[in-house]
Design a protein around this ligand. Structure first.
Ligand code: S3P
Length: 174
């Protein structure tokens, strides 16, 4: 198994990045970090509260600062990003500079939208279907820049996806 590799999970809201990261960390017996959870801890507010009270531009600054801190100071082997973090050029540059392998969890908009609608988490940037669909379309060309693409079909569980990543990216045998 390739135990040195450190990976970043990216992909649209609702695709399951945080859950896949959790299963992957348990399969690889390593530590994972969730960028959104880190920001919420550091700021003492939910992501939705930050975006609603300070705006998206300020949220992106906070997000980039937290990502930078994690990439430089934390040894976690798996990092789950929020869906917009990878779309910021400075973040992508830093991720590459730090030699992370990037994994795009790719799925259909309808699949992501279903999860967004049924999730308890509030996502101000996906407050209605039209807005979310526009963002989804705009971001595909940026998610495409990730090193690995894994298609998350609706019939796959997050554990199935984590197993596939473990097998293919980390050459782990089950
Ligand atoms: C965002 C995705 C969210 C969160 C914030 C903005 C985005 O994370 O960071 O609401 O711009 O796609 P999830 O992808 O975990 O929902």
């Amino acid at each position: 198994m390739d135990s040195e590799k450190r990976i970043i999970l990216t992909g649209f809201m609702g695709v399951g990045k945080s859950t896949v990261a959790r299963f992957l960390a348990s399969l690889l017996q390593c530590r994972k970090i969730d960028l959104d959870a880190c920001i919420e801890r550091a700021e003492g507010k939910t992501i939705a509260e930050i975006i609603k009270s300070s705006g998206e531009a300020r949220f992106r600054q906070i997000e980039s600062a937290n990502l930078r801190r994690i990439l430089i100071c934390d040894e976690a082997q798996i990092i789950a990003l929020g869906g917009g973090a990878w779309t910021i050029e400075e973040n992508r540059r830093l991720i590459k500079e730090r030699n992370f392998t990037t994994v795009w969890l790719e799925s259909s908009f309808e699949h992501c939208w279903r999860n967004i609608r049924f999730s308890k988490r509030e996502r101000p940037l996906a407050s209605n279907k039209q807005r979310a669909a526009k963002l989804f379309d705009e971001r595909q060309r940026l998610y495409c820049l990730a090193d690995w693409h894994f298609i998350v079909k609706p019939e796959l569980t997050s554990l199935d996806v984590a197993r596939k990543i473990a097998e293919e990216v980390f050459s782990m045998q089950f």
